[in-house]
Design a protein around this ligand. Structure first.
Ligand code: BEZ
Ligand code: FE
Length: 312
């Protein structure tokens, strides 16, 4: 008796595509990878079916994605930037860090974290090459969620200059300018000197800039200082402390500003006995970071260096 072999079904119509693609991926060994990619395919196909792109629009979209890679190098990460301006980074941040255990809220790492910042002593100035701008004296404490000081906690700090450029974007700044690592003392306290950061536009010379212009959006971030605060036995906190007007905070191009992270920066227009060497006007700020018990975990730096000539 001859046996009729049933051939697998070939794609014939639009409706066949998603189930056949999902079936092709069903043998993925890692269950989490299987779930993530199946969900991605399902939503991506739904998006395409709903928006019905022309072939020209599809090509344009693929070229935009490829350009993210072409604009990524040791000193700029356009892929991270794209996730940020689309609000995806903030969504992932809030899913993983909801602040419900009394800890300080987190905020985006952003594309300009380098790692390997110089280790500094308490009170050191991270404006290494005398970056012009008003001085800032930033101090504070690191505690557990119970308010007890954390001794020997590390704060990895980085910020933009008073003209809104990170050192990796600015050939006039010294390598690792406005970056440093500090440690808390026996009372959980830390202090450093710097210059007042300015708000700045995210890089707009790549595909993300093209998108922002097409959307009539501001490329600006409000002024802020980045911190990665870590201590043994505690969940690492990646955050930013903001220093700007309400409108700038509300219009943050990467949706990163949170009320709890707005710092109090005090302007001193005359001499102050606690800062005898400071030239007015200068600023002081004090902020308390609260960590929760957990496992320390550090991000992979999105950039690793400074490109000769900088960006833009
Ligand atoms: C930053 O704060 O450094 C940053 C965050 C997201 C996009 C661009 C910059
Ligand atoms: Fe920043």
């Amino acid at each position: 008796m001859s046996q009729i072999k049933q051939l697998p079904k070939l794609i014939a119509t639009e409706a066949d595509v998603t189930p056949i693609v999902l079936a092709a991926m069903a043998n993925t060994d890692d269950p989490r990878l299987r779930q993530l990619v199946a969900s991605l395919v399902t939503h991506l196909h739904q998006f395409v079916a709903e928006t019905r792109p022309t072939e020209q629009e599809f090509e344009f979209g693929l070229r935009w994605l490829a350009a993210l890679g072409h604009h990524t190098d040791i000193s700029n990460n356009e892929v991270v930037l794209a996730a940020d301006v689309l609000g995806v980074s903030t969504l992932v941040d809030l899913i993983n860090n909801d602040g419900r255990q009394g800890e300080t809220m987190s905020a985006l790492l952003g594309p300009f974290y380098r790692g390997e910042a110089p280790v500094c002593a308490a009170g050191d100035c991270i404006s290494r090459a005398g970056t012009p701008g008003p001085s800032l004296f930033f101090s504070g404490r690191v505690t557990g969620a119970d308010g007890q000081p954390l001794v020997g906690a590390t704060l990895d700090v980085w910020q933009a200059s008073p003209i809104g450029l990170y050192e990796n974007q600015d050939a006039t700044q010294a390598d690792f300018n406005l970056r440093g690592k500090f440690t808390t003392d026996a009372a959980g306290k830390f202090a450093f000197q710097s210059v007042r950061p300015a708000g700045y536009p995210v890089p707009t010379n790549g595909p993300v800039g093209d998108l922002l212009r097409a959307q009539n959006r501001t490329p600006m971030r409000p002024a802020h200082i980045h911190f990665i605060v870590s201590a043994p036995g505690h969940k690492t906190l990646i955050t930013q402390v903001f220093f700007d007007q309400a409108a700038a905070l509300a219009n943050d191009v990467v949706f990163g500003a949170k009320q709890q992270l707005v710092g109090s920066f005090i302007e001193h227009t005359g001499p102050h006995p606690a800062y005898p060497d400071a030239t007015p006007p200068f600023y002081t700020s004090d902020y308390e970071f609260k960590l929760v018990v957990g496992t320390p975990c550090f991000p992979v730096p999105p950039i690793t260096g400074k490109q000769a000539g900088g960006h833009e």
